[in-house]
Write a protein that binds this ligand. Structure first.
Ligand SMILES: [Zn+2]
Ligand SMILES: [Zn+2]
Length: 268
């Protein structure tokens, strides 16, 4: 029996003797099955020819990504806070070297994940660090490996510790969540957004999509809801889901002007 991992999206599944027939996350219209067809790996095989790159993205914000690039190529973030460290988003590969690096920085108190494209090997991480996982209940159906460590939360916000707050924005996924870190950006506040609010090539802007690989846009109600949900929070920076995909100043205004530009584009 193995916990198979989908090569395309990096999601680890419940134990099975044979690989699952298909990956629901990749068959969904927001992802895709690779041209060569569905393929699977395991954590052991992945660790054989990949390693994790661990590098500071900002003070007290450590990036963790896999090389060579695996699945959607994301990096997770270890947010180091006085009340305990939070792993924001997740990646598929967890090896002893990575565990030692996390432990040297105080370990992981809890894991919070923006949406199913980052669920990856979250149960492996939660078990190695004794950490609970916060997922929005609206995305419950996409959790492919079950665990009592997953806490499905409901509603618009969830307060954690040290002012850290999960905010449900919807959009890309109904349970799509961002994290407000009030102590980030030297006390001006930061949002960790994954691709619920995605940082684009011109880093003065962000964007919002139902599907990024398949270019399915969102409608005006969804865009307005995202802007409204982050409006009560102060933030000067945004950290997206990939290396260097960060808005490093004036981020709240960047969300506003990006939403206005988007609404103009889809109304003409
Ligand atoms: Zn998949
Ligand atoms: Zn996504």
């Amino acid at each position: 029996m193995e916990n198979f991992i989908c090569i395309q999206c990096g999601t680890q599944f419940d134990k099975s003797a044979q690989p699952p027939a298909s990956c629901p996350i990749c068959k969904d219209e927001r992802q895709f099955v690779r041209h060569a067809g569905q393929e699977w790996t395991t954590l052991g095989r992945l660790a054989g020819d990949h390693r994790n790159r661990i590098e500071d993205e900002a003070p007290r914000l450590l990036g963790i990504g896999t090389e060579p690039e695996f699945a959607i190529g994301q990096r997770a973030l270890l947010l180091q806070s006085p009340g305990g460290n939070l792993l924001w988003d997740c990646i598929s590969l967890l090896d002893d070297e990575t565990v030692a690096e996390m432990n040297s920085r105080g370990g992981i108190r809890a894991i919070a994940i923006s949406h199913p494209h980052f669920f990856s090997s979250m149960i492996e991480w939660s078990e190695r660090f004794g950490a609970e996982i916060f997922l929005h209940a609206a995305d419950r159906e996409w959790a492919m490996r079950k665990s009592p460590r997953i806490q499905f939360w409901e509603g618009t916000t969830l307060s954690l510790w040290d002012g850290l707050t999960l905010i449900n924005c919807g959009g890309h996924f109904e349970g799509g969540t961002v994290l407000h870190w009030p102590a980030g950006a030297n006390g001006k506040g930061a949002l960790l957004t994954s691709d619920i609010i995605t940082v684009v090539q011109d880093r003065r802007y962000v964007s919002f999509m139902r599907s990024y690989p398949n270019l399915i846009p969102l409608g005006p109600a969804a865009i307005r809801r995202i802007v409204e949900r982050v409006e009560p929070s102060s933030f000067d920076q945004i950290y997206g889901g990939w290396w260097q995909a960060n808005v490093l100043s004036d981020a709240k205004a960047a969300v506003a002007r990006s939403a206005e530009r988007y609404l103009r584009a889809i109304s003409s």
